[in-house]
Design a protein around this ligand. Structure first.
Ligand code: DAH
Length: 346
């Protein structure tokens, strides 16, 4: 009996020396010191002993049990701290690694361009106005010197909006020019120096060169002695600030129903310096806007007497200017929400 206890102690200690992990230790406990382990089984044989030997057996049993559990506890705490150590090592954060860049949003290239244009004109003393996108036929065409059936209406393919009033046709504005009449009728009889940025709509097949929706910036200046020289000075100044300090500007005769005379404004191609290239289509010039002296009929429609007042107006497309500036070959990039395009405009 006593030898059995000694044997168990020896074997249990030897087995404990081989324990490598907390799992091993749990298995060891089950086999040796647990409720149904070898030690507990051996203790049951106490009943077969001569009663006088029982106290000695009990003492021996207790001593072995205590020795084993002390060794077990020491080993357990050593294994636990080793496991914790390993876990901390595996989860360690390398604080010397550069962080991942957070993808922050940015302004849309059209917005950036609009803001740039607004900033330039604000510096020249222009106010920024907004005007409605849903317009009457009257404001979009008639008051701009295009009565019904005027052939110039063909310059703008129009979205018509269902309206309750059969007398009044409603359209999505095809250009920002109707804002001119709103401003004149509001500010009359004060002199005017405003720009009107906003969205326009055209009923055209979407292609690389035309979108259904795009932006324009309208400009209107009205005063007592405004001449073509003011138009030229203002727009050349704009072109210099927008594109390049020493950019060359050219005024080409053109036609718009709401201005007389009308011009289109070109700048010397900044890609080839006027030599002729793919961007300027070999002409050496890039068209950036349309302009002219406000037509007497339009002045009158705004409540300004053309005998006393004169003015100039202009209209430009920020998407078009951005396309020229960055050599973008398709206007659809602007509104197709492709991150690869948009993120190039930090
Ligand atoms: N509204 C014209 C367009 O959409 C652009 C324009 C040309 C506006 C001449 C003007 C102007 O104010 O004077 O094509």
């Amino acid at each position: 009996m006593f030898e059995q206890l000694d044997q168990i102690e020896k074997e249990a200690k030897a087995a404990l020396a081989n324990v490598q992990s907390l799992d091993d230790l749990a298995a060891w406990r089950t086999q040796w010191t647990g409720k149904k382990g070898s030690l507990a089984q051996a203790s049951q044989s106490i009943g077969k002993l001569d009663p006088k030997d029982r106290p000695a057996f009990g003492q021996r049993f207790g001593a072995i049990k205590q020795a084993l559990s002390e060794q077990e506890a020491t080993l357990e705490s050593r294994l636990q701290s080793a496991a914790l150590h390993q876990e901390l090592e595996e989860d360690a954060v390398d604080i010397s690694l550069p962080g991942r860049a957070a993808n922050i949003g940015r302004l849309h290239p059209s917005t950036q361009s609009l803001r740039r244009i607004q900033h330039i004109f604000a510096e020249m003393g222009f106010q920024v106005w907004e005007s409605r996108e849903v317009e009457s036929d009257e404001y979009n065409f008639e008051l701009l010197n295009m009565p019904a059936h005027h052939p110039a209406r063909d310059m703008w393919d129009t979205f018509y909006v269902q309206s309750d009033d059969p007398q009044q046709k409603v359209v999505l504005r095809t250009h920002t020019s109707p804002g001119q009449i709103h401003v004149m009728r509001t500010l009359n009889p004060e002199p005017i120096r405003v720009i009107l940025p906003g969205k326009c709509y055209r009923y055209e097949p979407v292609s690389a060169r035309s979108e259904m929706m795009f932006h324009q910036v309208e400009g209107l200046v009205i005063g007592r002695n405004i001449t073509m020289a003011d138009l030229k000075g203002t727009l050349a100044n704009f072109a210099r600030r927008m594109f390049k300090d020493d950019v060359k500007v050219r005024y080409r005769p053109s036609y718009f129903p709401f201005t007389e005379p009308s011009v289109e404004v070109d700048i010397e191609c900044f890609i080839c310096g006027g030599e002729g290239c793919r961007i300027c289509k070999k002409s050496g010039w890039l068209e950036i806007l349309g302009a002219g002296m406000v037509h007497p009929t339009v002045l009158r429609n705004g409540g300004y007497d053309p005998a006393e007042w004169s003015g100039f107006a202009f209209g430009m497309g920020p998407e078009r200017q951005t396309m020229l500036r960055y050599d973008i070959d398709d206007i659809r990039w602007f509104f197709s929400n492709d991150g690869r395009f948009l993120e190039q405009f930090g």
